[in-house]
Design a protein around this ligand. Structure first.
Ligand code: CO8
Length: 258
């Protein structure tokens, strides 16, 4: 496996785990960390022995945002030519389901990276927010787009314009977070969810994720058409025959990659 300086990478069974690891900077997302996350995630994505990815941080912070110290003196020329932070797009293009396990701060880019994931599980200590307005900028990696789709205009505007933080309970009520658990149970819960997903048929999990993602980017009729043709195409898979035979025979299914 590749050597990393800003993240820890391990695998447990069919689950790949990426831990953001810049504790002194509350896991602030600098360019090097971004590159490492993308490489590690793409390696897992290419590995058919991996059926789900968990990304997490520390007890104190999932990530306290993009690295302000790294960004502070950049010129427009540099930011524009380098496409600052556009590298995160590759993280949103993974086919493997990704679970964010968030404790502590998930602010700015930290909240945005968590929202790039498919399932967001929060510790009761989690704090979400888009405080960019306090720094004289706006969210730059999907905060103004994904947050509104996740929690609606009223709360998204509240968070983005005031820069306030939102606790785990409010985030769950608002629909940003799938589950809130005691901080001590966060990683175990995320691994349990990931292990459950990783035991499904891998191509079917890919298809399910892709179909849900289409809902964010298309009209209802286009989305329904995509869903129906994807659903029908799954009858070409041995895993469909196996899944339905297993149900009929009252036994567990054995999927090819599951
Ligand atoms: N960037 C760089 N360093 C940071 C960051 C950050 N975002 N957040 C914390 N740190 C550093 C602090 O500077 C400090 O370092 P040092 O000890 O060397 O001074 C260390 O982490 C610990 O932080 P604090 O002492 O401030 O810890 P506190 O517990 O007092 O406060 C807070 C914690 C409230 C999280 C506070 O650190 C804070 O407000 N951080 C900044 C939060 C923020 O504004 N985030 C948004 C950043 S802008 C952004 O994300 C733009 C997104 C654009 C696209 C991103 C794509 C991924």
């Amino acid at each position: 496996m590749t050597d990393y300086e800003n993240i820890l990478v391990e695998r447990k069974g069919r689950v790949g785990i990426i831990t953001l690891n810049r504790p002194k900077a509350l896991n602030a997302l600098n360019a090097a960390l971004m590159r490492e996350v993308v490489v590690a995630a793409q390696e897992f994505d290419a590995d058919h022995g991996i059926g789900a990815i968990v990304i997490t941080g520390s007890d104190r912070a999932f990530a306290a945002g993009a690295d302000i110290k790294e960004m502070a003196t950049l010129s427009y020329q540099e930011v524009y030519l380098d496409g600052l932070f556009s590298g995160w797009k590759a993280f949103t293009e993974l086919r493997t389901p990704v679970i964010a396990a968030v404790a502590g701060y998930a602010l700015g880019g930290g909240c945005e990276v968590a929202m790039m994931c498919d399932i967001l599980i929060a510790a009761d200590t989690a704090k979400f927010g888009q405080p960019e307005i306090n720094l004289g900028v706006i969210p730059g990696m999907g905060g103004t787009q994904r947050l509104i789709r996740a929690i609606g205009k009223a709360k998204a505007m509240d968070l983005i314009l005031t820069g306030r933080t939102m606790g785990a309970e409010e985030a769950e009520r608002a629909g940003l977070v799938a589950r809130v658990v005691p901080a001590a149970d966060l990683l175990d819960t995320a691994l349990e969810v990931a292990t459950t997903i990783a035991a499904k048929s891998l191509p079917v999990a890919y298809a399910a994720k892709e179909s849900v993602q289409v809902a964010f980017e298309s009209t209802l009729s286009e989305g329904l058409r995509f869903e129906r043709s994807t659903f029908q195409s799954l009858f070409a898979l041995a895993d469909q025959k196996e899944g339905m035979a297993a149900f009929t025979e009252k036994r567990d299914p054995h999927f090819i990659n599951g």
